[in-house]
Ligand binder design. Structure first.
Ligand code: CP
Length: 315
């Protein structure tokens, strides 16, 4: 690895390597450890969109790895005076960075940086538009690997909610396919499904009560109102009645099914509070696993970056 832009194109062995590397950052009591693998390296976190979990867990991961960490305050940067993304990045590059972690509302922003603007810096995608959220997918895979009582090949995983506007759904489906789960289901009204979703090899259910039956994992998704022209159903009891993850619906899945959600959650819209906080929920474990996965991705990206820098200085 050097850039980490998406899940598509990675092999099963690469995904398992990230999972195993992430597991190495837990001690035998299940606590996260420090590992100064990025001492002397500089990581800049560039969040052009709001974030709680991704931004903070990247920062915690970077500090646990011993990196010099800079959080660029985009809201107070000269982008607000009209400076372009390209000029902003070139200026930050001139301040010497090894890795940029970037979140941006434009699909393809991380790829654009890695190929066109700052190819000499390792780019990690912290979520771009509707397109991809690869570290979220990997923390979801780590959570399933650590918490599910069966291996990936035996699992039926349902993703429930706004699939159409969700970068998490896209990256999760890609990762679940590469890891070879038995079945991937998507459960949503037609209006919240991308056209031609079936070609991704998923089973589509418009009826949640049918879709959750015998599932091993239920993943809820928020309605992405910021990506929909006009806010859709978010305040509606109707959506919760038709698609909310309720205790009755969880009871239709396997008795040991995991309940997951990438956050942020809208309680009472896509998930009942009693489910989000219930015994089958691993939602906060996902957040903790996010630190380990981000440590793994940062460590692997920096290894690639060191090799790239050595090659450049020798030519
Ligand atoms: N899951 C996720 O990306 O959350 P944040 O938007 O808070 O980073």
């Amino acid at each position: 690895l050097r850039h980490f832009l998406g899940i598509e194109g990675l092999s099963r062995a690469q995904l398992l390597a990230i999972i195993h590397k992430a597991e190495s950052f837990f001690d035998d009591k299940g606590q996260l450890i420090n590992s100064p693998e990025l001492e002397g390296c500089t990581v800049m976190n560039l969040f052009f969109e709001p974030s709680t979990r991704t931004r903070t867990t990247f920062e915690v991961a970077e500090k646990r790895l011993g990196a010099n960490v800079l959080n660029i305050d985009i809201a107070r940067s000269s982008t607000q005076k009209g400076e372009s993304l390209r000029d902003t990045l070139w200026n930050l590059q001139a301040m010497t960075a090894d890795i940029f972690v970037v979140r941006h509302s434009a699909s393809g922003a991380a790829h654009f940086m890695a190929t066109e603007v700052t190819p000499d810096i390792a780019i990690i995608n912290g979520g771009d538009g509707w397109h991809a959220h690869p570290t979220q997918a990997m923390l979801d895979m780590l959570t399933i690997h650590r918490e599910a009582p069966r291996p990936f090949e035996e699992l039926t995983v349902a993703i429930i909610g706004d699939i159409k506007h969700s970068r998490v759904a896209r990256s999760d489906i890609a990762a679940l396919k590469i890891l070879g789960v038995k079945e991937i289901r998507v459960i949503a009204p037609r209006t919240l499904l991308p056209k031609g979703i079936e070609r991704y090899g998923v089973k589509v259910f418009e009826n949640i009560d049918e879709g959750v039956v015998d599932c091993d994992v239920l993943m809820g998704l928020r309605i992405q109102n910021e990506r929909i022209g006009s806010p859709l159903m978010a305040a509606s009891n109707e959506y919760f009645k038709k698609y909310g993850i309720t205790p009755e619906r969880v009871a239709k899945a396997k008795p040991d099914a995991l309940v997951m959600h990438p956050g942020p959650m809208n309680r009472g819209v896509e998930i009942a509070s009693s489910v989000a906080d219930g015994p089958q929920s691993v939602i906060l474990k996902q957040v903790n696993n996010g630190i380990a996965v981000r440590m793994a991705v940062l460590s692997m990206a920096m290894q690639g970056q060191r090799e790239y820098q050595a090659l450049r200085s020798s030519t």
